[in-house]
Each structure stands twice: as structure tokens, then as C-alpha cells.
Design a protein around this ligand. Structure first.
Ligand code: GLU
Length: 592
């Protein structure tokens, strides 16, 4: 059953020039050094919003929420209140690291075969599953912001929403990345009246340099600021979300063809009312004297980065040449991914997750790394049963997920508090459905479940289920040294998030690079697949050629990840760093 909404001609949301706006002047550049607090994100408007909060006396949590709410306007295809994410917080007063799991959740009616076509018995094509109501999980971002503000912030959520609403109302300048993301999604977006009206004004993607306004999202933020998140989790916004999921607002005559049926989902208002933000203990590994904290399930980010670091710790990368260091990085990553695929999902018992992160297990797993040659992939998972010493044989693996969506932000304040936050709506453009009258896209996060079992006869930890959260790869990471913050870093990129964060850590902690160099360096990602996914600059480098001689083969990918991070230098100095080139480059700034 589909509700048909005519693709009416709407008042121009797209204007030729940006009017003077109330939001602060964006900082420029991907790297900034200074004092008093820092922000790094993909977007100058969002970074500026965070810096303004810090300058006005807010803390890192207040500023992170302001950055996230602004990204919901200016980076709507990667994040927003229609999605979810993982928030890692270092509290300077207690020295403790806490996490918030704001992952999208499956509705209570979801079954294990939700992504299998009942007519054919085969899994849906990815785009058919994505552009649907089935793929939308109960969004967690707004609840995450509210929880963080109440628990650690100094101001209510409304204080972050109002300036972001102003950006939506007054408009922001469309950049080349934004325009390209609409172009790439034009067919999906044109299926839905509200999406086409907002992002394909006049039938075409907005031009880079033009101003885009989103008055519906401004009104949505204003409403939540006035009434609280209940307006979303059960109230009138929630009703519209459920309406859009159960009856996707399909355009009467879409301007572009779409080869798939657009299927409704089963989310209800009760599902929205039942949403809860969880606070799992962070994952932790010791690595060469550093303490590395990450995100526990339903993300596989913390455990997979942590396990790979434990494997790498078995050899002193600083004494090896660069080819050997990177060879071990790739091999450790493949082994950790084999375990992730086999064991990690929303219901992984915590003792099992922690067992994957023991040094005893790493000692057994690391003996599979042959310095002389790359192992045939996929490698088999190990057995983290506490009885270690032998080397297991190899076979088995799982399909990769090469997401390009999602966004990451890093914030520190003058008191030393830190937020590392990765948030997403899954694919660029989520499920393609803008909630009618509300100005935000819904996520397609539930396609992060495996559509069918991937582990042969062994149970698959990541099949869909009622109230279950799909496994993520998001890996917001904070590194302490002698109990003091050293580094905070994270990235988007689907399952390449894990390798991007891991490679940045190895670059910075072992290979002698500065944080900006570690972020800028060409990337390679081995996720237990036959070939290494790598950027052309990596493949063509002397190290890339040296790795090929060890048996690594490549699948080129133009860009992997879009990281941000902050390094905590001596005497309170901060080094904030975003991408210099990837995703059209990011934006970092410091308070002073
Ligand atoms: N949905 C993905 C995850 O949670 C992130 C998507 C992306 O980064 O492109 O792992």
C-alpha cells in the first residue's frame, strides 16, 4: 500500500546567493593548533558552530551536540536525527571514559528473513532493501544528544538545536561534495515527493555555490527544542516517521526510473516510544603503553581495532621496515575481521567480546602472520576459549561492506573533556525518504544486518531480529598515555572505518607520523577479503609495490574514510586535524 504524493512545484528553496547569516564565520583549513578547546569535523559551518559554543563557555559535550545538529543540516546525507551513532566521552574530572550507543534498532516485528524476498526466497538486491521502509531502524541520534546533554552537558539540548535551526532557515552554501551526493542519489531521491522537493528543486541537484534552505527541518528542530524529544519518540514527529516507513511517500510520477519495488516497513509509534540509549563500558586494550578505548557492541569498531592492535603488539613495528609494518597491519586486520564476522553482533556476550581482546588470544592468533607472505584470504576465525597456544587452520570469511556515508567529529574543551562521535544514516542519503513536512532523511541502517547467514553451519551473530541493533563498524577511539589524553580519532567508511582508525593509530603511534600526516597518508584496507582495498596512491607507492611482492593484491578505491581527530600536546596545546583532501576536505579549529 503506497501513499502517492504529487511532486508539486514548490517555492524555490534554492536561491542564487547566500544572505548574511547569524551563524559564525567558518574556520578554514583542515589543521589547527591552539588552546582553549578544539573542534574537527567534515564541515566548516559545523566546526564553527562547535567553536562558538566553546567560546561561549559550553563544554565539549555541548559543542559536540551543536556540531552534530548542524551536520544534520549541512551534511544531511551522512547524518541527522533520522539516524544513529556512537558517542565516546572522556571526563577530565573523573578521568573516566563512557560511551553512548545510539544505534538504530529494528522494530519489534522484524524477522530473521526480513531481507529475503518471500516471492523468490532470495535476498533483496541491496538497493531494493535500502530504498524502502524495511531498512529504517528506530533512530537514535536525537536520544543520544538528549542523554549526553543531561548527563554531561552544561546546557539543554534546545541550546544546540536553535542555532542549527537558524542554519537550516537561513540557508547554507552547497559545496561540490553535497551536489555530487545528490547527483549520485538522483534516481532514489526522485521516487519520493518530499525528498525530490527538498534536494532536487526544479528537478535537478542544487549547484555547488548555491544556497539551500530547509525550513521544514528548522521547524522540526524548533519543535523539539520547545517540547523535548518526546515530540519525536512518540509524538507528532514520530507519527510522521511511522507514516513514512509504513507508507513510503512515493511520487506520483517520478522524474527518473527506479528498477525496484519500494517496500513498506513495520516500524510503529510504540517502537519509537521504546527506544533507549545504552551505555556499555568501552572496550579497552593496552598497546605499547597506551590505553586505547573504543566502542563495544553493537559496534564491532572497538573490538576489531583492539584485537588488531593486540596482534600488532606482538612485533615491534618501529624496528621493522615500512613494508613489513604495513604487511603486519594488513594481516592483523584480516585476522581480527575473521573474528568480528564470526562472533560480533548485538547479542555477543560481553565475556566473549572481552576474550577477543586478551593478550593470550592475540599470542595464538598472531602466529598465523607469516612475515614472508600474505595469507590466502579469507582466513578462518579463531577460538577465544581461554585455552591458547596452538595455531588454528584457515578457511572461511564474509562479505565486505564498503560504506561511504557517515560522519565523524572530535571536540575537546578547556577543561580537558573530549567527545569522539561517529554518526550516520548508513548509505549516503540513507533510505532516500525525507519524512513529509519534517525535512530530514530516514536511515537505512537495518541493511547493516546480514541478509542471510554468512557463517556456514556456525551461527551468524548479525542476522536481523526484533528489537535488535545491526552490527556497526563505527570506531570512535580515545587513546590515553599514563592516564592522560593523547589522541582522539574516528572516521566514516562502513567496514573500512575499522581499518582507517587502525591505520591512523599505527601511523601515529608506530610509524613516526604526526596526526595530520597520519590522517593524510594513503590508505589500504584488508577486511579478510581476497584483495586489499586501497587508494591509488597507496598501490603506487614503494610500500604498496613491496606488499604486492609479498602476495597482497589490490582493488583500487578512490577514497577510503574521512577522519577527524585531536592530539593533546604538552602544556594544554591542541592539534585538531581533519582530512586535507578526502570528501572535499574537512575543517578544524581551536578556541585560541
Ligand atoms: N552503517 C555503517 C556502520 O555502522 C556505517 C556506514 C558508513 O560509514 O558508510 O558501520
Amino acid at each position: 500500500m503506497r501513499r502517492l504524493i504529487p511532486l508539486a512545484v514548490i517555492p524555490a528553496l534554492l536561491l542564487p546567493a547566500a544572505p548574511a547569516s547569524a551563524h559564525p564565520t567558518p574556520p578554514s583549513g583542515p589543521t589547527a593548533t591552539g588552546y582553549g578547546g578544539a573542534v574537527a569535523s567534515v564541515d566548516p559551518t559545523a566546526t564553527a558552530a562547535g567553536l562558538k559554543v566553546l567560546r561561549d563557555g559550553g563544554n565539549a559535550v555541548d559543542a559536540a551536540i551543536a556540531v552534530a545538529a548542524t551536520l544534520g543540516v549541512t551534511e544531511p546525507f551522512s547524518s541527522g536525527i533520522g539516524g544513529g551513532g556512537f558517542f565516546v566521552y572522556y571526563d577530565a574530572r573523573t578521568g573516566r571514559i563512557s560511551t553512548l550507543d545510539g544505534r538504530e534498532t529494528a522494530p519489534r516485528t522484524m524477522t530473521e528473513t526480513a531481507f529475503v524476498d518471500p516471492a523468490t526466497g532470495a535476498p533483496y538486491a541491496f538497493q531494493e532493501a535500502r530504498v524502502s521502509g524495511i531498512s529504517a531502524g528506530i533512530p537514535g541520534s536525537l536520544a543520544t544528544w538528549d542523554t549526553a546533554a543531561r548527563r554531561w552537558g552544561t546546557r539543554p539540548l534546545s541550546a544546540a538545536l536553535r542555532p542549527a535551526a537558524d542554519v537550516a532557515r537561513q540557508g547554507f552554501t552547497v559545496d561540490a561534495t553535497f551536489a555530487q551526493q545528490v547527483t549520485d542519489n538522483a534516481a532514489a531521491f526522485s521516487q519520493f515527493g518530499p525528498t525530490a522537493q527538498l534536494y532536487l528543486p526544479g528537478g535537478a541537484p542544487p549547484a555547488a555555490g548555491s544556497t539551500l534552505r530547509n525550513p521544514d527541518l528548522a521547524a522540526t528542530y524548533d519543535l523539539i527544542a520547545r517540547r523535548g524529544v518526546g515530540a519525536f519518540y512518540g509524538g507528532e514527529i514520530g507519527r510522521d516517521i511511522v507514516g513514512a516507513v509504513q507508507h513510503p511517500p512515493v511520487a506520483a510520477s517520478p522524474a527518473r526510473p527506479w528498477p525496484y519495488a519500494i517496500r513498506p516497513g513495520g516500524m510503529t509509534l510504540d517502537d519509537l516510544r521504546a527506544y533507549d540509549v545504552r551505555s556499555p563500558a568501552p572496550t579497552h586494550v593496552g598497546y605499547r603503553g597506551y590505553d586505547v578505548y573504543g566502542m563495544a557492541t553493537p559496534s564491532s569498531g572497538g573490538s576489531t581495532v583492539g584485537e588488531a592492535l593486540n596482534l600488532l603488539e606482538r612485533s615491534d613495528l618501529r624496528k621493522l621496515d615500512k613494508v613489513q609494518s604495513l604487511h603486519r597491519y594488513l594481516e592483523a586486520s584480516a585476522l581480527a575481521f575473521a573474528d568480528r564476522n564470526r562472533y560480533v553482533g548485538d547479542y555477543t556476550p560481553r565475556p566473549l567480546l572481552d576474550a577477543l581482546l586478551t593478550d593470550g588470544y592475540a599470542a595464538e592468533r598472531a602466529c598465523q602472520i607469516d612475515p614472508a607472505r600474505a595469507a590466502a584470504k579469507p582466513v578462518a576465525p579463531g577460538v577465544p576459549d581461554g585455552r591458547y597456544g596452538r595455531c588454528a587452520s584457515t578457511s572461511g570469511g564474509a562479505a565486505p561492506d564498503l560504506g561511504l556515508s557517515t560522519t565523524n567529529l572530535t571536540v575537546a574543551d578547556k577543561w580537558g573533556n573530549i567527545v569522539e562521535y561517529t554518526l550516520t544514516i548508513e548509505q549516503i542519503g540513507g533510505n532516500g525518504i525525507v519524512v513529509p513536512g519534517r525535512g530530514f532523511l530516514l536511515n537505512n541502517e537495518l541493511t547493516d544486518f546480514n541478509f542471510t547467514p554468512t557463517q556456514g553451519t556456525a551461527p551468524d551473530p548479525n542476522l536481523p531480529g526484533p528489537g535488535k541493533r545491526p552490527r556497526s563498524s563505527m570506531a570512535p577511539t580515545i587513546v590515553l598515555q599514563h592516564g592522560k589524553p593523547l589522541l582522539a580519532v574516528g572516521s566514516p567508511g562502513g567496514s573500512t572505518i575499522i581499518t582507517t582508525v587502525l591505520q591512523i593509530l599505527v601511523n601515529r603511534l608506530d610509524l613516526g607520523m604526526t596526526l595530520p600526516e597520519a590522517i593524510a597518508a594513503p590508505r589500504a584496507s584488508q577486511r579478510n577479503t581476497a584483495t586489499v582495498t586501497a587508494e591509488p596512491a597507496f598501490i603506487g607507492s614503494p610500500e604498496g609495490q613491496g606488499l604486492a611482492a609479498l602476495g597482497h593484491t589490490y582493488t583500487p578505491m578512490a577514497e577510503i574514510g574521512a577522519a577527524t581527530g585531536i592530539e593533546f600536546l604538552p602544556h594544554g596545546k591542541l592539534l585538531a586535524s581533519a582530512e586535507p583532501v578526502r570528501r572535499g576536505s574537512g575543517s578544524a579549529g581551536t578556541v585560541r
